[in-house]
Every structure is written in C-alpha cells, then in structure tokens.
Design a binder for this molecule. Structure first.
Ligand code: PLP
Length: 320
C-alpha cells in the first residue's frame, strides 16, 4: 500500500496514521459527504490541473446542507487545504482526490457534530486512449434510491450501498456493470456515473430529477457537445430505448467517459465504442488536462514541476 500523505483535521499525516474512531457515525453508518476530484498532469506545461474544483466544492457544501452538516470550513479554506494535501505529496502525475466531510467523534446516525474533514490524493492514470475500455451492462433489478428515501442529489457515503447491491449482482450475473431504473421505472444512472445515449445523432440524458447525482461530468459533456453543435436533450429514457440506442456511455469524474457496448446482451450499435463517444472521451481528456486550452475556468493549477515544463517522454512523478 502506498503510504501517501493525507490532510486530516488540519494536519498532514501518512495514510497509515490517519485514524477515525470506530464508534464514529462515519465508521458505523456511512455518515459522510464527499467528492471524488480528478487532477490531470499537463506534461507540456509542467502543471497539475484539478478539474472543476470549484464546482466540486460547491456540491460538497450542498450535500452537507441536505444531511444537516454544518461544514466547519468555507470553500476558500477547503481549497487551501486541498492544495496543501497535493503539495505534501508533490504528485506530478494524474491524481484522484477523495475529499470527505465526515461525522467524527462518538455518535449515532442522527449526530450533527463534530464534523471533520480529510483530503486524500492518490495517483490515478486517466483512460488510456490506445486501449479504450468496453463495458457490458445490465439493467439492474435493484431500484435507484430516490429523493424521498436517500436523496441521490447528496453525495453521501451511505447512498453507495445501493450501488454496491446492483454492482455485485451485475458481476455475479456476468456483466461489467449495472444501469439503474428509478422508482418511476425510467432510466436513472449507473452505479457511480451518469448515462448518455445517442439516438439519431442526438445526445440524450435523464434530467437531474430522475434520481441521479447532479454530475459535473454530465454538465461538462452537455456543454462541450452543445458547443460543437450537437443537439442535447435532457428527458426521461425508457429501458427499451437502451436496446435501440446507437451509442451509450457512462460519465463521471472516476468513470471519465466509459463506453457501454451492450445492455442486457443487446449490442449497442455495432458492439464497439461509438464515434461520438470516442470523440467525447478525447475532447474531455484534452480539456481536463489543459491540452485543449478552452474552458480555462474549469481548471485550477494545484501543483507545478520545479524544473518547469517537461517533455512528453519524461516519466511522471507519482509521489516521493
Ligand atoms: C452516484 C453517482 N452518479 C454520478 C456520478 C458522476 O458525478 P461527477 O461527474 O460529478 O463525478 C458519480 C460520481 O461521483 C456518482 O457517485
């Protein structure tokens, strides 16, 4: 296990020394709100960019509000701590960061304090464009949680047990991943990623009221697609539309753009990642890493090579 540095309760500690009380609401009931944030290494510039950091921090505080957590930190303070955590590790490589506000101390599922925070960066490479993955999906018999049960809009640790049931069932049944239907029996999302389908040249995704997380990658895809003249519609999707789609992909900070090549064993298109999906994946990574300089507000420089810009062939530095 890489013993990376973690920011925990205002201090930088090794992961092996980052402790939480076993009787805390976080440990017992999954009482936490979190963000998974990706940072992309730009070798040409020698800069590590966090992707849509401000949007993630904004959503973190929205999740806190829904679960009645009073965040002890402002957005500016969290951003400072985020930089501190990255600098402590001095990662000069693609990085995933788990940023979590959690129910600390000893308490129950209804405890509202104390709330603590950790920020844990770890190296994580982006999707390899020479080996784009292909996923076989099934429509899960597990239903997506909804706004009156466990609101999917809040990124709460406990919500992910819903994803666990669906994911493990999908794997047992020989699929790579599940697609959830909501209580309305319409398509919601994957277990940890939002869904897009392409039909007749149009990009279609369920609305944010369809039991989905208000995904930042979903918003990124919508904006990039519209900017290149692709029609995007936010509307409910029936299960059998998935069987007729020309292309389907999941998207998320972790998933990036993940092509689905079959649903319930129905081939999607030709059973290969479709052209729009592959194009979107290329565009997404180029924008997120700053190789494509458009959308500058989406990138925050969080670390720099001391040696200045580096050649593409130089190895990345993933920790010390
Ligand atoms: C349940 C769920 N849906 C969708 C997403 C995608 O959200 P984002 O694009 O903001 O990472 C995630 C990932 O964090 C998720 O956990």
């Amino acid at each position: 296990m890489a013993d990376n540095f973690i920011w925990l309760r205002g201090e930088i500690v090794r992961q092996s020394q980052a402790f939480v009380n076993v009787l805390s609401p976080a440990a017992q009931f999954g009482l936490n709100v979190f963000e998974g944030i990706r940072c992309y290494w730009n070798a040409e510039e020698g800069v590590l960019y966090a992707f849509r950091l401000q949007d993630h921090l904004h959503r973190l505080l929205q999740s806190s509000r829904i679960v009645s957590f009073e965040s002890p930190y402002s957005v500016a303070e969290i951003e400072r701590s985020f930089r501190h955590a990255i600098e402590a590790n001095d990662f000069l490589c693609d990085t995933a960061v788990r940023l979590t506000l959690f129910g600390d101390g000893e308490g129950s599922w209804s405890s509202c304090e104390p709330i603590s925070m950790f920020i844990a960066p770890m190296p994580r490479a982006r999707t390899d464009l020479r080996k784009i993955p292909k996923f076989a999906a099934c429509v899960s018999s597990w239903e997506r949680i909804n706004d009156n049960v466990l609101p999917p809009r809040a990124k709460v640790g406990a919500n992910y047990i819903n994803g666990r049931f669906a994911h493990l069932q999908a794997r047992r049944d020989g699929y790579d991943l599940p697609i959830f239907l909501g209580a309305d029996r319409k398509v919601a999302e994957g277990a940890g990623a939002c869904l897009f389908m392409v039909r007749s040249g149009e990009l279609i995704t369920p609305p944010t009221t369809s039991s989905v997380l208000d995904s930042i990658t979903r918003d990124t895809v919508i904006r990039m697609a519209r900017d290149i003249g692709i029609e995007v519609r936010e509307r409910t999707i029936d299960r059998t539309e998935l069987y007729l789609a020309d292309e389907i992909f999941l998207c998320g900070s972790a998933a990036e753009i993940s092509p689905i090549v079959s649903v319930d064993r129905f081939e999607v298109g030709r059973g290969e990642p479709g052209p729009l999906t592959v194009d979107m994946l290329h565009r997404y990574l180029a924008v997120a890493s700053g190789v494509d300089g458009r959308y500058p507000d989406w990138r925050t420089a969080v670390n720099r090579s001391k040696a200045g810009s580096r050649s593409q062939n130089e190895p990345e530095v993933c920790g010390r």
